[in-house]
Write a protein that binds this ligand. Structure first.
Ligand code: TYM
Length: 334
């Protein structure tokens, strides 16, 4: 197949943060130039844990506003809502019958999210990576931009696609490739660099939200954990335990689109206070315009609705064709 087609998604829950931006959205924006792109609000993934219906509805609009505010062009890309394209759920069931229990049992994100309370986790949380595979394969996407935490789910998607092709029809599914940022593929919490930056962290100062004000950004970076040593090249040495320092340097390098080495060279021997001032400045330069635009788009629900309705219809056309083909291939009478 000659096309270069992208599919990716973000769960519409709470505010998106710097991890979502550097891990995924930055690549969404870069890829819209040369690829046919489908960007999805993964609301069916959001309900794998209990949600407040009013909040979910609001978050769907907020996330759509964030996509546009970050620079996704609704004329070039198909921006749509997962639950509005029925084929996702239908394909997901069929892929449930292709995937093996042993494959799912290896998924580390389920183990992390379910924690010690596995028996009480929803079945949806367990089978969530299969729905993700359905999302991708419905469009026969060739490339999937994601952060590092989704890498294992992408590998599972590839295994499912390969097994379907082997079991039923050679070359039916394109085997998708993940596109993961090289530099900062996993942005860590500003309070504890052993944990990833996350919407679900109770501490708001652990993350920079894309809706944060200049003041909030500045306060959060001031409070971000570092160590007492100056900045030097041993931050990234093999036995370094300077995880918080590594995280901040990587964030800075990614925002400036330069290497970590060049940041280390620039600040060699200096303390973190000077570095933090400059990090705050660049964060404000990147985040504030997005935050202003989020507020602008959020006010115009009609425009957001139009973008989503158009996107849902275009996405449905393609995904419906895929489910029809799958049904024919596996012998389901239509
Ligand atoms: P979600 O909503 O948890 O995250 C959306 C995207 O942001 C990335 N990300 C991060 N990257 C770097 N550092 C972090 N701290 C960080 N936190 C989040 C994620 O890797 C992701 O790319 N299951 C997916 C949504 C989804 C999807 C799909 C993605 C549903 N179907 C099909 C790709 C293809 C999720 O929950 O992402």
């Amino acid at each position: 197949m000659s096309y270069k087609r992208v599919l990716s998604g973000i769960q519409p829950t709470g505010n998106l943060h710097l991890g979502n931006y550097l891990g995924a959205i930055k690549n969404f924006i870069a890829m819209q130039k040369n690829y046919e792109c489908f960007y999805m609000l993964a609301d069916l993934h959001a309900i794998t844990v209990k949600v407040n219906p009013k909040d979910l509805k609001e978050s769907i609009f907020n996330t759509a506003a964030t996509f546009l505010a970050s620079g996704l062009d609704s004329k070039k890309n198909t921006i749509f809502v997962q639950s509005s394209v029925r084929a996702h759920s239908e394909i997901s069931w069929i892929l449930n019958c292709i995937a093996r229990v042993g494959w799912l049992n290896r998924m580390t994100q389920f183990k992390e999210k379910a924690g010690s309370n596995k028996e009480k986790a929803s079945v949806g949380l367990y089978t969530y990576p299969i729905l993700m595979a359905a999302d991708i394969l419905a469009y026969k996407a060739s490339h999937v931009p994601v952060g590092d935490d989704q890498k294992q789910h992408l590998e599972l998607c590839r295994d499912i696609a390969i097994k379907f092709n082997n079991d039923y029809e050679k070359d039916f599914f394109k085997i998708p490739e993940s596109i993961i940022p090289k530099s900062v593929s996993r942005v860590m919490s500003l309070r504890d660099a052993k944990r990833k930056m996350s919407k679900s962290d109770e501490s708001d100062i652990s993350r920079i939200n894309l809706t944060d004000t200049k003041d909030q950004i500045s306060q959060k970076i001031k409070k971000a954990k570092t160590d007492n040593e100056p900045i030097n090249e041993n931050i990234f040495s093999n036995h370094s335990k300077r995880l918080e320092a590594q995280n901040l340097i990587k964030i800075f390098a990614s925002l400036r689109c330069v290497t970590e080495e060049s940041i280390l060279k620039e600040f060699d021997g200096k303390s973190f206070s000077d570095f933090k001032k400059q990090l705050t400045e660049i964060l404000i330069n990147v985040i504030s315009p997005i935050s202003d635009k989020i507020n602008y788009y959020k006010k115009d629900k009609q425009q957001l609705l139009e973008v989503l309705v158009k996107g849902n219809s275009k996405a449905s056309e393609i995904a419906d064709k895929t489910i029809d083909d799958i049904k024919k291939i596996i012998g389901l009478v239509q």
